[in-house]
Structures are given as C-alpha cells and as structure tokens.
Ligand binder design. Structure first.
Ligand code: URA
Length: 329
C-alpha cells in the first residue's frame, strides 16, 4: 500500500481539528516538544513555499529550550497565515512564548524604565493631567482598525489618587459597550477580589494596557490578544496613568499587562507571585481573573489570593485571620 501523502496545511488542519476536539472533551494541557512549536511562532512561521524558496541558512539558531513543556491545546499553533478562521487567543493563563528568546522582544517603542518621582501630585495637577490624557485617548486614531470598530475608548476607572492600581490587558465586549474596564464576568470576579481585600472598586484604579477592544472582524463574540503594535501604540497612555496616579502598588493581571509594562515576553505561570519593581513602584504579577474563571481550582485561587495578601502587606493594610485563611483547605 502507498503511504498516504499529506500537505503541510492538511496535517496542520488535522492537528488543529484534533486539538479542538480534545479541548471540547475537557483536555486542558498537552505535552509538546518546543522544537516542534518554534517554527509555528508568528516570527518564525514561513509558508511551505517560503520555506522552499529560502535557500540560505542565515537564520539564527534557536536558543536552548527545555525538552518538553505543557501548553494548552491550540495555544502554540496560532499563526497568521492559516485559513482556519479566528480563534480565541488567551493570554491570561500559561504562555507559550520562550522568554529566553530575543525574538520575543516586543515591538518598539520601548517600555519606560526611568524611576518615577513617587511624591503624589496635587489634586489640581492630577485632575488636569488625567483630563488631558483622557481627552487624548478618546480621540486616538493610532490603530485605525480599532478606532473604526470600537464603541468606546475604555480609558480607566476609579480613584485617581489610589494607592493600588490594577492593570489588565484590553477591554472585551462588555467593556467596549459600557466604556469601563472590567465590568464583564472577569471584571465581576476582580471586583470580588478587591472587596475580599477590604477595598472597593471606587478606592482603587483600574486600567488596561490597550484602551480599545481588539477587533474580531466577522465575529460578534470572542476576544483576541492585542498585537505588539497595538500595545506599542497604546503604551504611553497606561504609562502616563501610572505616572500621574503614582500608586504605592501595582497589580498586573495576566501576561499581557506585564509584557506591556516591561516590554518583554513572560510566562505568567513562572513569574506570578514574584514581586517586581516598576519604575520604583512594587508590582505584583498575578493570573488574570478570566484564567481563574476557567481554572477555578482552590489551588489556583489560593495562589492569586496569596499575591493579593502580599499586595496588602506592601500597602500596610491590616490582614484579618479570616483573610489569611481564604482558600486554605
Ligand atoms: N479583561 C481585561 O484585561 N480588561 C478588561 O477591561 C476586561 C477584561
């Protein structure tokens, strides 16, 4: 019998369908050799035709990578040239990027690193600065496709004098409709987390790295991860918000928020809970609430809660025994 011959696209299509089916069956993780994923990362992907046409071997060799790692089904297989339709790309949980690889650096402009003057601004300076920034954001056209598709620019909400500021990824459908960050299901969970800390939404400030909902042409539902260019275009807004508010602590919700603020690729599973410094402000990276919605195990909730306990400590907030014990068995 003749061995079946399949084109690359057929094999990829088959793999995607199989993984979609596994995902429906509840499979959340599969072991994949990173060497197999590497060619599928957008920066590395060449169509089979391009691959054949590439006659020289000037591409840099891949950095050493672990022999195998766990990735969510589909997450390593996103690439722009496929015709398989739009898929939800989720950046709130474990990542697929290799943080040691230089090709994972985000597009310019570089994230700011200069330490901030953390002395709070006067109310007058703060209000004027925030009003100016909001006005600028509301008429921003730097991403014409997003300016075209958005219903609202989702600038930020809360206390501009806050000691605690949360940074998320980008508005979803609910946020786009209401013009306020974190009002959908993930937002309701974030509100609960804030309240469990003994605070209210009104006392903290909540913003996103991207102020417009990433468009999903042809789809009423679904989210996608912002592109590096979109993040780069929008970065000055969140940077300026931090510069104006000068919070005593920052919480970055999910990988995209960390990546935007630091201009580097990260695995959120590796860095969550590891307190960082953002221009002189302590920053706690933690899982995005939408990741918690999908992975509602006690253990994962406890991890996020431990991150919040540390943030409370940074802020010098009292922590009750009840709060200490949340999500402990
Ligand atoms: N997810 C985010 O990252 N931001 C929002 O505002 C809503 C959902």
């Amino acid at each position: 019998m003749e061995p079946a011959s399949h084109s690359f696209e057929e094999l990829l299509d088959f793999t995607l369908k199989r993984m979609e089916a596994m995902k429906k069956e509840g499979v959340r993780w599969v072991s994949v050799n990173p060497d197999w994923l590497s060619p599928l990362e957008p920066a590395n992907y060449h169509s089979p035709v391009q691959e054949r046409e590439k006659s020289d071997s000037t591409s840099p060799s891949a950095p050493p990578t672990p022999r195998s790692r766990e990735v969510p089904p589909l997450s390593g297989l996103q690439k722009p040239a496929l015709k398989t339709g739009e898929r939800k790309i989720d950046s709130s949980g474990p990542e697929t990027a290799n943080p040691t690889s230089s090709r994972n650096q985000l597009a310019a402009p570089k994230a700011k690193t200069k330490p901030l003057d953390l002395q709070k601004l006067s109310d007058q300076e703060l209000n004027a600065g925030m009003d100016r920034l909001r006005a600028e954001a509301l008429q921003c056209q730097k991403c014409p496709h997003l300016a075209e598709s958005r219903r609202n620019v989702v600038f930020g909400v809360g206390n501009i004098n806050a000691d605690l500021m949360f940074v998320g990824e980008a508005p979803g459908m609910d946020e786009d409709l209401q013009g306020e960050p974190f009002v959908g299901k993930a937002g309701q969970l974030l509100t609960k987390i804030i309240e469990a800390m003994g605070l209210s939404r009104e006392e903290v400030y909540i913003g996103n790295a991207l102020k417009c909902r990433p468009d999903t042409p042809g789809q009423a539902y679904g989210n996608r991860k912002p592109t590096p260019d979109e993040i780069a275009n929008c970065l000055p807004f969140i940077e300026k918000q931090v510069e104006l508010i000068r919070p005593k602590a920052l919480v970055a919700l999910g990988a995209s928020a960390v990546e935007a603020l630091y201009g580097e690729k990260v695995y959120i599973t590796r860095i969550r809970g590891q307190r960082r410094d953002y221009r002189g402000i302590p920053l706690m990276p933690t899982f995005h609430p939408s990741y918690l919605l999908r992975n509602s195990s006690h253990a994962v909730k406890r991890l996020v809660w431990e991150d919040m306990l540390e943030v409370m400590e940074i802020l010098g907030m009292p922590i009750s025994e009840k709060q200490q014990g949340y999500f402990k068995k």
